[in-house]
Write a protein that binds this ligand. Structure first.
Ligand code: FES
Ligand SMILES: [Fe+2]
Length: 458
């Protein structure tokens, strides 16, 4: 049963009358208000996080019937689950009685959820199951309005689960569009084209969520913002090409690039800088304490197969960014979660190889142990630099009278930014072309009127 969400009489849910969006988002610059105005943030929760496909979680986090995790759709708390019939659902984590959250755990297994407040209980299909002392009620609890509201459209792409409240949103596959190609390539390097999500580095910053998305493909800041990490990586004489060192010198003439794929999605591809040979990826993996010993041990143990095994433990040199809240970078899934206009959670989920068919000859645990070491590195030694930048931008944007944020690197230079026949825009690694393009899409969405609905079991 679908419930259309209507705006109250005389009140528009449209953000279109909030501001002149063409004034706030111009070709070369955006107004500080898009990062600082609580009213714009509130509108984004409907016009962005209600209107497009938003990443909710991965199928490996709910592998069996009755498994659940809790997640967020914008600010809405969600229980993402596989119900007792095996169907993946995204329930609003909200009791239909007086509104309290039904589930306060991060993950688990449950055939039903009992509200901690007055004990109403619900099946994991969202259907109301029982109400304590029902003889105190004159209503008919079979009325669908007492069943938990849920996200009307939930779909997954190769294990990645997305949801949207917008009945008019295109199918997920069309929304992802060209970004499926790098996602496929990212998955297809894994045995059986699969990964399992493991534990996470959970970080937060006092800044607007778009600051993280702006930065997700920014190749301009790397040598400046991450100087301490680069120096650490390059301290050892024989590792001059390791880690992020391909940003040294002149990154725009290095064989890496950024590509804008439409619908706000973009892709930083550093793979062309890697030697195409077994062990080529491991050769550039940033150094981390203890990995040399592990590498030597794996070479001793696996002989000729060791280089492929080491490559599987190495970070994939891509940033694949799916608007508005999902990135694949290295071997991580990074999720951006808005909390308020000036607070954001960034969670870096690790991923593990899975080898149900035994194709890796028992090496999966060794790969995953080393992979865990390589995944510890960037969130701890690099992301902290980025978060400091985001917080300092938010502080800087408190200067009311200095209104504009520029994102015009690469704009107006003939031949620098290229558009191919399929509409994919490519530019050198340090260009801000992807920022200009995604923020145009953001502007389009803020002006548009999504067709928002929730669903309840009949
Ligand atoms: S709020 Fe859930 S039973 Fe009362
Ligand atoms: Fe960074």
């Amino acid at each position: 049963m679908l419930e259309k969400i209507h705006s109250a009489p005389g009140q528009s849910t449209s953000a279109s009358d909030l501001y002149d969006w063409d004034e706030l988002v111009q070709e070369d610059r955006v107004h500080r208000l898009i990062y600082t105005d609580p009213a714009i943030f509130q509108a984004e929760m409907t016009h962005i996080f209600g209107a497009v496909w938003v990443y909710l979680g991965h199928e490996s986090q709910v592998p069996k019937n009755d498994d659940f995790i809790t997640a967020r759709l914008g600010l809405r708390p969600i229980i993402l689950l596989r119900d007792s019939q095996g169907k993946i659902r995204a329930l609003f984590n909200r009791c239909t009685h007086r509104g309290t959250t039904l589930c306060r755990k991060d993950k688990g297994s449950a055939r039903m959820f009992t509200c901690p407040y007055h004990g109403w209980s619900y099946l994991n299909s969202g259907k109301l199951r029982a109400v304590p002392w029902p003889d105190g009620y004159a209503c008919d609890f079979k009325d669908a309005k007492y069943n938990v509201a849920q996200v009307p459209r939930v779909d997954s792409y190769r294990g990645f689960i997305f949801g949207t409240l917008n009945l008019d949103a295109p199918p997920l596959i069309d929304y992802l569009g060209g970004i499926t190609k790098p996602i496929d390539e990212w998955l297809d390097r894994q045995p059986n084209g699969k990964i399992a999500v493991c534990e996470a580095n959970r970080l937060k910053f006092k800044g607007n969520w778009k600051l993280a998305y702006d930065n997700s493909g920014d190749g301009y800041h790397v040598v400046f913002s991450h100087r301490s990490l680069l120096e650490m990586e390059n301290r050892q004489a024989d590792v001059a090409n390791k880690g992020m060192s391909y940003y040294k010198g002149s990154p725009d003439s290095a064989p890496m690039y950024m590509a804008y794929m439409g619908n706000g999605h973009h892709f930083k591809d550093k793979r062309p800088a890697i030697e195409k040979r077994a062990g080529g990826l491991w050769a550039v993996e940033g150094p981390a304490p203890g990995t040399e010993h592990y590498q030597d041990e794996l070479r001793r143990r696996y002989g000729g197969k060791a280089e492929d095994i080491l490559d599987l433990a190495s970070s994939e040199p891509v940033n694949i960014n799916v608007f508005p809240n999902f990135s694949l970078l290295g071997n991580h899934i990074q999720v951006f979660e808005p909390v308020s206009v000036d607070e954001t959670n960034v969670t870096w989920y690790g991923t593990a190889v899975v080898d149900e068919e035994g194709a890796l000859g028992g090496a999966a645990d060794d790969i995953n142990a080393l992979r865990m070491r390589t995944m510890e590195q960037f969130p701890n030694f690099g992301e902290v630099d980025d978060l400091a930048n985001f917080e300092e931008i938010q502080r800087g944007l408190a200067c009311l009278e200095d209104e504009w944020v520029y994102m015009h690197r690469g704009l107006g230079i003939p031949g620098r930014v290229k558009t191919d026949a399929s509409g994919i825009i490519t530019a050198p690694a340090t260009d801000e072309a992807f920022m200009r393009e995604y923020i145009k899409e953001w502007k389009r969405l803020m002006k548009a009127q999504p067709n928002i609905a929730v669903k309840r079991e009949p």
